[in-house]
Design a binder for this molecule. Sequence first.
Ligand SMILES: [Zn+2]
Length: 399
Amino acid sequence: MFDIYGVENLIATSSDHYPVPASLDNSSRQNQAPPVQQGFRFEAMWLRADDYKDTVEQAWSDVRTLSPIPASATVHCLINEEQGVWEEESVRAFFLGGVADDILQIPINRNGGNDFARWPFTKYRVYSVKSAYNMARTCSFLNERSKSGLGQCSSWPREEKLWKSLWCVKVPNKMKIVLWRVAHDCFPSGDQLRRRQIPTRTDCCFCGRTESVEHALLFCPHARAVWDVLKASFNIRLRRSFISPKQWLFDFLSSCSDQEATTITVSIWHIWEARNAARNEPMPPPPRRTAARAKAYIDLILQHLYKSVLASRRETWYTNRQWSPPPQGTVVAFSDAAVSVEQHKSGIGVVVLNHEGLCVAACSDLLRGALSPEVAEALALRRAVRLACDEGFDNVTFT
Ligand SMILES: [Zn+2]
């Protein structure tokens, strides 16, 4: 009676009944929109189907493996129970790269216990709609950036690791935020603000060219001069290739040491601060002053967080004296020296404070050789005089 007919056995996701639509004309089915791809989702009602067990076994036996897996094998074969870790070699021997990676990322409870579903994108590993929304937005953002050739990392775990490394750099938070803004392409350079319809000057306050992020922090003559001093002082090398601020930053973070990350972050922050000062002050700060400030700051962090403090310090008469700020209109320059006989080097430092006790200039130098304390002190004092001249302080007390 019906020459052309069709019957479909469908799986319902919202009901325990299996819908069986019948059509009498194939053309009507061909015109339908393709079904929405929802990805795999296990349904409890499948357990009631007679052929459930056979179907599942068949599906698993169809998984491509590198070596045949015995029918009696269980997941235990892939776990080192004593150490509570996956036997990576076995996993990789049986499964293809991507599948093996997925398996190896599944955490194993060393204390035993039942298996449970774990959602890796929240702190307590419990699923929340908010975290799924954030994850979807992030993936979409990364895909878009990747498509537009902005050099995004293709692998999310690597990306996540780099973001974490950014927040682990040993510098004050205000400096990390500058890095974060660079990586997020929301650094408030003139060019960036113009793109966001914010009225501002877009030319560089040092050289008049367009103030992009890379120009402000790397390529402007002012920035270059600062980097030249810092590269020589800390033996760092900057990457020459530049695709995007984020790519540049992440490429650097992925290959540098902790000390280098600190050095770069402090330098970037000081270069940006100098730029802000140049916008607001009649005389732009010379690169030498910016470099000296960055260098003093970096030395301070490196000495306290990475190296043992220089072995012997030359204590001076004012060490334990109570200090009070100088009168208004004058500044006081403290200079000091430290000598390490074991490391065969000496260090000098200068800090200049104003009448409010605020630091208005600072610098430090590392000198080769263990000088006599008197000579080191004299060099520190000379450095203080030079710094005061550079900064244009007229009324200075040296101590
Ligand atoms: Zn410039």
